[in-house]
Design a protein around this ligand. Structure first.
Ligand SMILES: [Cu+2]
Length: 165
């Protein structure tokens, strides 16, 4: 009886361990219903303590999702922001979430939605890759890699036919 129990538990334990490992290593990449296109962080002039990350989020799943937080090691604070007109002046403000309805794309771009990196620990260098973790309202997390680009490169980015993978 004892050996039979061992025999049945062992494959189960292996299965569980494999499942956990897979979630740890691959949960952030590829399998998430939200695909992240062309992420980049804006290169700022020297001495600027803040910058922002932009990207297009595509929800390939059947359920609405929203980014409710973002995390990064490069700055003290990471906030979700948008731009709004306040008495004729464009202002940034923090928002609670960035919604990505099922089957749709949400664009984070200069002058609109963005992920604000506040209080950079050290100046960013061009082509440096910044890791940003997106936290979704379903509890899932997705870590993306966003290269640092000059503002001039943004134009190339949005109007060109670049292949960035
Ligand atoms: Cu902002």
């Amino acid at each position: 009886m004892k050996s039979l129990l061992k025999f049945t538990l062992f494959p189960l334990a292996l299965f569980l361990a494999a499942g956990l490992t897979q979630a740890d290593q691959h949960g952030d990449h590829g399998s998430h219903p939200v695909k992240v296109h062309s992420p980049f962080v804006r290169m700022m002039p020297p001495g600027q303590p803040n910058t922002a990350a932009f990207m297009t989020l595509e929800n390939t799943g059947n359920t609405n999702l929203a980014v409710v937080a973002a995390e990064s090691q490069v700055s003290k604070v990471v906030e979700l922001h948008t731009h709004t007109m306040v008495e004729g002046v464009m202002q940034m403000r923090e928002i609670e979430k960035i919604e990505i309805p099922a089957g749709q794309r949400t664009e984070l771009k200069p002058g609109g939605l963005h992920i604000m990196l506040i209080g950079l620990h050290k100046p960013l260098s061009e082509e440096q890759v910044v890791e940003i973790t997106l936290v979704y309202d379903d509890g899932s997390r997705q870590t993306i890699e966003a290269p640092v680009r000059h503002p001039g490169a943004e134009m190339m980015q949005s109007h060109g036919h670049g292949h960035h993978h």
